[in-house]
Design a binder for this molecule. Structure first.
Ligand SMILES: Cc1ncc(COP(=O)(O)O)c(C=O)c1O
Length: 288
């Protein structure tokens, strides 16, 4: 492989490892036609997916929300091993584990796993922080609670709105978006969870109440917050309160922790402990 090229690996359920450019979907796959499927993105470190059990548990919850028959944990775990068989142990990566509803007239889900390098822009945000703009989703923070068809908390492959949000941020010179509810509460980012530090307490937005995705990275951090000297909690927060916090970050399995440097061009945080959190989460690879 030429240096600078993105390194990839792919495995398909029932087929095992395949060439990275092998065809794995048919044109009538409902994952492609309808965005009807679920997925997980996992951080690959030391040749293994980090927090695999948490991701599989969330994937099962997402699949249940869509009424999708997800293969069992053993089969999915085996598939992740097949995708990683040729992956260099020391190389950081991102795995996508995907399950779609399968072919339009079929009765079998399509399941595959890919592994690739972490994108350079993500590494840059991890080490240099991000400029974030707020953008309203237009519904109240509790709107998804009584509306299971809105698939609150499910990680589906329908990410067109998420990607459009990021393009909108880029077109306005920013790196990311923080979605707001109609009444102005911060919810989450299109591919990350919001965490902030106030009064020695690391906080995140409650997922049950708001229907945001329950982030595995943020949950892990808050579960172990006492090991870095903080308490942990859940709260609703406004952009103004966030700007006045000691620090605020976007967390995900791929980016780890990216400091929010500005929110709507207003500087955020006073001496935020970003390096400490990044190292504690194990995302201390070489700066981009
Ligand atoms: C909408 C959304 N929120 C939050 C997250 C962060 O979740 P995790 O830490 O499990 O990667 C992601 C990324 O998976 C996401 O897509």
């Amino acid at each position: 492989m030429a240096s600078g090229e993105v390194y990839r690996a792919v495995a398909v359920l029932g087929r095992g490892a395949v060439a990275p450019d092998a065809p794995i979907l048919t044109g009538d796959d409902l994952g492609v036609l309808r965005g009807d499927g679920v997925f997980e993105s996992l951080h690959i470190r030391d040749g293994q997916p980090w927090l695999l059990e948490d991701h599989l548990a969330r994937m099962a919850r997402s699949a249940a929300g869509l009424g999708l028959e997800l293969p069992d944990r053993v089969a999915l775990t085996e598939l992740t091993g097949q995708a990683l068989a040729g992956w260099p142990r020391k190389r950081e990566g991102v795995m996508r584990l995907v399950c779609t509803r399968g072919r339009e007239d079929g009765d079998q889900v399509t399941v595959f796993a890919t592994v690739a390098d972490v994108p350079r822009a993500v590494l840059h945000g991890r080490h240099h922080g991000v400029a974030v703009l707020t953008a309203s989703l237009g519904f109240r923070a509790d709107a998804r609670q009584q509306a299971p068809w809105l698939l609150g908390g499910a990680k589906t492959v329908s990410y067109a709105v998420n990607m459009a949000s990021l393009r909108w941020a880029a077109s306005h010179g920013a790196d990311d978006v923080l979605w707001l509810s109609a009444e102005g509460y911060c919810l989450e980012a299109p591919t990350s969870t919001l965490v902030w530090l106030v009064g020695g307490r690391l906080c995140t937005v409650p997922s049950e109440r708001t229907g945001i995705l329950a982030g595995t990275t943020a949950r892990w951090l808050l579960r172990h917050a006492d090991r870095v000297g903080y308490e942990a909690g859940e709260a609703m927060v406004t952009p103004a309160e966030l700007a006045a916090a000691e620090g605020a970050w976007l967390l995900s399995s791929v980016r780890g922790v990216a400091e929010i440097r500005t929110l709507d061009a207003v500087p955020v945080g006073s001496a935020p402990p970003t390096v400490r959190l990044r190292e504690f989460l194990g995302f201390s690879g070489p700066p981009a």
